[in-house]
Design a protein around this ligand. Structure first.
Ligand code: ZN
Length: 321
């Protein structure tokens, strides 16, 4: 088979490439820095000839894992290897996220989307499409996604009148929120803990535009805390960040409304960096492959998505593993 998904979640493309988990292949590709795409990284570094990622992902892996020996491959720059050609394209999911195209010597094209967000990704035509299935069920659609920035701005303005706001999310989404704060022009100090601070510096190096931000341990950061402010923390910090103010948790699993209040101080904001169900179908339609393989290993519902693609688009589709 020209493409498949191994029992450990490795995405196998052509004869030489494994993506997002280790497999006995010559090239390993890391599509992005989320942990369910970094499985077996150490093994791949020891056993594959090269471990390849976009330059931004390489920099993020250095900060998050302390690993420096990935080979950077910029988007749209083909790399020839053993009669196959590998090219990365922007996936629009988080900073550095890539789609992976393998072209065979006979011209056959095999594409893996990785996690992607259709509104910011390019659709790459292919003969075989391997795609994520995070929101693989028909009800998983966010009708309000186009207005999220505005809704977030309104909620923040309301809350900031009576106290600081802590926003909790995964690293990639925190950088998105930081960019949104810049566009919204919210004029309160923004505090980023050390790791997020360093990730934001990487984001700026790759063209993201952020408002000024402070470290909580700097003198300015400590002074800012005497008034109102916004702090962005990784979801994992939620259990030890206590004290005053409101808490907003970013979630990709809200489909009914832009935000909701869960307690006096707690809110959930519906923010996703994935395509929703309709966008997954839209990608498959525009890509126009002969076969779709849906990722049934990571979070989501590959079986349902495959049957929806068969039923709605008339394209052959199966879930793996
Ligand atoms: Zn991801």
């Amino acid at each position: 088979m020209e493409a498949s998904i191994a029992p450990n979640g490795a995405i196998l493309l052509g004869d030489t490439v494994t993506c997002d988990a280790h497999w006995d292949r010559r090239l390993r590709v890391i599509t992005h820095v989320h942990s369910d795409h970094l499985w077996g990284l150490q093994e791949s570094l020891e056993q594959c000839e090269e471990v390849i990622s976009s330059p931004a992902t390489k920099d993020l892996v250095r900060i998050l894992r302390g690993i420096t020996d990935l080979t950077p491959l910029p988007f749209r720059e083909p790399k020839e290897f053993e009669g196959e050609r590998l090219t990365l394209f922007n996936a629009g999911h988080i900073l550095g996220s890539a789609q992976v195209l393998v072209e065979k010597a006979d011209g056959r094209r095999i594409l893996y989307t990785g996690d992607f967000c259709l509104s910011r990704a390019e659709v790459i035509p292919a003969d075989i499409l391997v795609m994520e299935a995070t929101y693989g069920r028909p009800g998983q659609v966010r009708r309000f996604k186009g207005e999220m920035e505005e809704r977030m701005g309104e909620l923040l303005e309301k809350l900031l009148r009576s106290g600081p706001v802590y926003i909790f999310g995964y690293h990639g989404k925190l950088l998105e929120v930081l960019a949104m704060l810049k566009r919204l022009g919210i004029g309160v100090p923004i505090i980023l803990p050390q790791r997020t601070y360093h990730l934001a510096q990487v984001g700026q190096r790759y063209g993201m535009s952020f408002p000024p931000y402070l470290s909580p341990t700097s003198q300015e950061g400590r002074m800012a805390k005497s008034n109102t402010y916004i702090a962005l923390y990784h979801t994992g910090a939620k259990r030890y960040i206590r004290g005053e103010g409101y808490r907003i948790t970013l979630s990709g699993w809200e489909f009914n409304q832009p935000w909701r209040q869960t307690s006096e101080r707690d809110f959930i904001l519906a923010l996703s960096d994935h395509s929703d169900f309709e966008e997954l179908l839209e990608y498959a339609k525009r890509c126009s492959p002969q076969l779709v393989i849906t990722d049934n290993y990571r979070a989501g519902d590959g079986q349902t998505l495959a049957s929806q693609i068969r039923g709605n688009l008339g394209i052959d589709a199966l879930a793996m593993p």
